[in-house]
Design a protein around this ligand. Structure first.
Ligand SMILES: NS(=O)(=O)NCC1=CS(=O)(=O)c2ccccc21
Ligand SMILES: [Zn+2]
Length: 259
C-alpha cells in the first residue's frame, strides 16, 4: 500500500481505498456553519471545560512524516464541558498548515480557512488504560482545535518553530532541554468553542474524537509559519498543505457555548 499522504496520488481523496471509514457517519474535519450551531447551556453548564496541564520540563519533538509532533510526558488533564466528569489525558500535540497563509486549517468557519490548526490530543483516562486502548472507542479521544493566524510570534511555540530546522526530515526526533506549558498554547478565551462528535483527521480516521474547536484564533509570526513549511515529509517533499478538507456533517449537530 502506497503510504498515505497529502499529494494527488496518496492524498485525502484516496484514503477511502485503504481506510473505508473515510466515508463514515462521523468524520472530521467539518465546515462549522456558525448559524446552524446550537447554543447548548448544559454544555456550558456547571462543569465548564477545564485544562490542568503540568509544564513539560523537556520537550520531545518528532517529525513523523506528516506533521511535527510534541510528545507529552507529564500529567495533563482536560475535563468538563462536553466531556462531563471524564478526565482526558494530554498525549501529544501537532499541527496542520498550508503552503500559504490563505489555507492550512482542517476545520473551517463558514468556509473560512485559517493558516494553520493546532491539535492537542487527549485520551479518556477515566475509562481506558492507554491511548492505544482508547483510540478506537467512540468516547476514547478529545482533541482541542486551535486556529492559527499570521501576526505576532507565539513565545510558547518558539521551542518548536526554532527547532524545525533540526527536524527537517521524516523520522527526525530531538529532545530540547527547556520547559513548555501547553496551557500557553491555548487562546486567552477558552470559554467560547464549538463541539461535535468526529474522528481522527488522518488515517486510521477512527471515529473516536470529541472535537472542541475554540472560536478565538492564536497568532504565530510569519517566521514561525515559514519554519513549519520548510519541514520535509516522508516522501521528501516540503511538508505543506498537510490538512484534510472538510467531510460531510451527515446527521450531526454542532453545539456552541456562546451566543
Ligand atoms: N489530526 S488528529 O488530531 O486527528 N490526529 C491524527 C492522529 C493519527 S494517529 O492515530 O497516528 C495519532 C496518534 C496520536 C495522536 C494523533 C494521531
Ligand atoms: Zn491533527
Amino acid at each position: 500500500m502506497a503510504h498515505w499522504g497529502y499529494m494527488t496520488t496518496n492524498g485525502p481523496s484516496t484514503w477511502g481505498k485503504d481506510f473505508p471509514i473515510a466515508n463514515g457517519e462521523r468524520q472530521s474535519p467539518i465546515d462549522i456553519v456558525t448559524t446552524a450551531a446550537e447554543y447548548d447551556s448544559d454544555v456550558l453548564g456547571s462543569n465548564a471545560l477545564s485544562t490542568n496541564y503540568t509544564p513539560e520540563s523537556e520537550v520531545k519533538l518528532v517529525n513523523n512524516g506528516h506533521s511535527i509532533m510534541c510528545q507529552i510526558t507529564k500529567k495533563g488533564v482536560l475535563t468538563g464541558g462536553p466531556l462531563g466528569k471524564d478526565e482526558y489525558r494530554l498525549e501529544q500535540f501537532h499541527l496542520h498548515w498550508g503552503a500559504e497563509d490563505n489555507r492550512g486549517s482542517e476545520h473551517t468557519v463558514d468556509g473560512k480557512m485559517y493558516a494553520s490548526e493546532l491539535h492537542l490530543v487527549h485520551w479518556n483516562a477515566s475509562k481506558y488504560s492507554s491511548f492505544a486502548d482508547a483510540v478506537q472507542k467512540p468516547d476514547g479521544l478529545a482533541v482541542l482545535g486551535i486556529f492559527i493566524t499570521p501576526g505576532v510570534a507565539c513565545n510558547q511555540f518558539k521551542v518548536i518553530s526554532d527547532n524545525c530546522g533540526k527536524l527537517k526530515t521524516s523520522g527526525a526526533e530531538m529532545t530540547v532541554d527547556t520547559t513548555l506549558d501547553p496551557t500557553l498554547l491555548l487562546p486567552s478565551n477558552t470559554s467560547d468553542y464549538w463541539t461535535y462528535l468526529g474522528s481522527l483527521t488522518t488515517p486510521p480516521l477512527f471515529e473516536s474524537v470529541t472535537w472542541i474547536v475554540f472560536k478565538e484564533p492564536v497568532e504565530y509570526s510569519k517566521e514561525q509559519l515559514l519554519a513549519l513549511r520548510n519541514l520535509v515529509d516522508s516522501d521528501g517533499n516540503h511538508m505543506q498543505d498537510n490538512y484534510r478538507p472538510p467531510a460531510a456533517l451527515k446527521q450531526r449537530k454542532v453545539k456552541k457555548t456562546f451566543t
